[in-house]
Design a protein around this ligand. Structure first.
Ligand SMILES: Cc1ncc(COP(=O)(O)O)c(C=O)c1O
Length: 471
């Protein structure tokens, strides 16, 4: 009997159908026509304000608490510009805290979403997967091991918290019955029960039991790198002595994110990772915020920490989250599984995002992430010189960049953030004592012109901020 292997599958024939190509073309054309009109910030339309306010109140009522800020998108944008449902246009330099790596309504994201829509199911899961799930996992493993890290496996998941849960389960299972974890002061790991315990923010675990026992080390202080390193290493040795054999994992963000945009360094992490290695404690890098934002896809690669990475988690900009780990850590029992590993479109758009991050030259010592950082940092320094009492910084690394407004209190940082929002620029608070305002500009689409526009809006916002502080 003749083999039918050369016959296209019905799904292949569907994807190659000229009607699909034509539909894609028409959708892209329509989105570009309408989206290309969004080229700069714009105030809200007075005629839409009452309806917008009603929607915000409904949002508060349905979720059981008011939203952090008055953001409801209209469903259309253009790079870092996004139209809101009140008719305003904002310059979005926070991107859902690092999710929207191409900005808004980007053709590649639309194309990936169409790929996802053409799959037979909305969701992929551990029981029923499709070939793109394998391709995404293989690409992430290849990227993670490109400089020699021992990475062999990848588990997809639908949130950063779940990727971290999987990482912690892998490490704890590997080191059973060890039950303690070492993390950094001001760490943020997500909102599950275990991640709330790992996260160093008392109000995020208000009324919650502590699911994991965690000890904290001070993070690197850029102003005093040697002293802060000595302090962290001494503290680590004290912990290892106090609880011998009890540590199942060291969990670290290579660049402190929610904690306030403090960069790590090779020296700092190597000084901690060597004794951790000697003690046989698995090292987990959480790159859910830092992935894609430095000179390398992973910040642990940017800091040359490949030899120390046992498990790494990613999320946000990759659209689908993942836990990547080495073969020595494969669990011996069925402790890992999920109904959902990702939506068909998040996997398709995640792959497009990886393509674009590479093809847009985001990486490399002189790649766009590092050069745009320099460019924006120079602007922020100039603003500091112009308004020394109102803005300090810059802080951060690559496309994670922050400043401290006013006196560094939460209240003033929130006031500055709200003032920027009203002026048309979106950034978000981070850190505690001082509280900062951070930017996560979309790495794929941010240009120097966008940065100029952001700085112009920031300058205007600082003038309004100064008036509010004075009044
Ligand atoms: C470093 C880090 N880890 C974990 C998370 C949690 O990710 P998710 O909100 O997708 O659960 C975040 C989210 O902000 C993060 O920044």
């Amino acid at each position: 009997m003749e083999s039918s292997v050369n016959q296209p599958l019905k799904a292949e024939a569907l994807r190659a159908d000229p009607r699909i190509a034509e539909a894609r073309r028409l959708i892209q054309e329509a989105v570009a026509d309408h989206g290309s009109q969004l080229t700069g910030p714009k105030p809200s339309d007075p005629a839409r304000q009452a309806a917008f306010q009603t929607l915000l109140e409904k949002l508060g009522a349905t979720r059981g608490g008011p939203p952090f800020w008055p953001y409801l998108s209209s469903g259309l944008g253009n790079g870092p510009f996004v139209e809101l449902a009140d008719g305003s246009v904002k310059l979005d330099f926070i991107g859902g805290i690092g999710v929207h790596g191409c900005g808004h309504s980007h053709p590649a994201m639309i194309d990936g979403s169409i790929d996802g829509a053409l799959e037979d199911t909305v969701m992929q899961g551990n029981l029923q997967q499709h070939p793109p799930s394998i391709r995404m996992s293989e690409r992430l493993i290849d990227l993670a091991k490109q400089n020699g890290a021992r990475m062999d496996h990848c588990l997809l998941s639908t949130s950063g918290a779940m990727a971290n849960e999987n990482a912690l389960k892998i490490a704890m299972h590997h080191k059973s019955p060890a039950d303690r974890v070492i993390a950094f002061d001001n760490a943020f790991a997500g909102r599950s029960l275990a991640m709330a315990a790992l996260t160093d923010k008392a109000k995020y675990r208000m009324g919650l039991p502590l699911a994991v026992q965690v000890d904290y080390l001070p993070f690197r202080d850029q102003g005093e790198p040697k002293r802060s390193q000595r302090w962290a290493v001494d503290e680590l040795h004290r912990l290892l002595k106090r609880h011998p054999g009890r540590y199942a994992a060291f969990w670290a963000e290579p660049i402190a994110g929610e904690g306030g945009y403090y960069p790590g360094s090779h020296e700092f992490f190597a000084a901690l990772c060597k004794p951790l290695r000697d003690a046989g404690i698995p090292i987990i890098f959480d790159e859910i915020q830092s992935f894609s934002r430095t000179s390398m896809p992973f910040a642990f690669q940017h800091y040359g920490l490949d030899e120390f990475c046992d498990i790494v988690t990613i999320g946000k900009i990759t659209q689908v989250c993942a836990t990547i780990y080495g073969k020595d850590f494969v669990p011996k029992g069925p402790i890992l599984s999920q109904t959902f590993t990702g939506s068909s479109s998040s996997i398709a758009t995640g792959m497009r995002m990886l393509d674009l991050l590479l093809s847009e030259n985001c990486f490399g010592k002189d790649g766009k992430n590092m050069t745009r950082h320099e460019y924006m940092a120079g602007h922020l320094e100039r603003l500091h010189k112009k308004y020394p009492e109102l803005i300090r910084g810059p802080y951060g690394e690559g496309m994670m960049i922050a400043f401290t407004p006013g006196d560094g209190s939460y209240d003033q940082a929130k006031l500055m953030m709200d003032t920027m929002f009203d002026t048309g620029l979106m950034g978000f608070v981070c850190g505690a004592d001082p509280t900062r305002v951070r930017f996560l500009p979309p790495p794929v689409t941010t240009t120097h012109q966008h940065i100029d526009a952001a700085i112009d809006l920031l300058d205007k916002s600082l003038q309004v901020f100064a008036k509010k502080l004075g009044s």
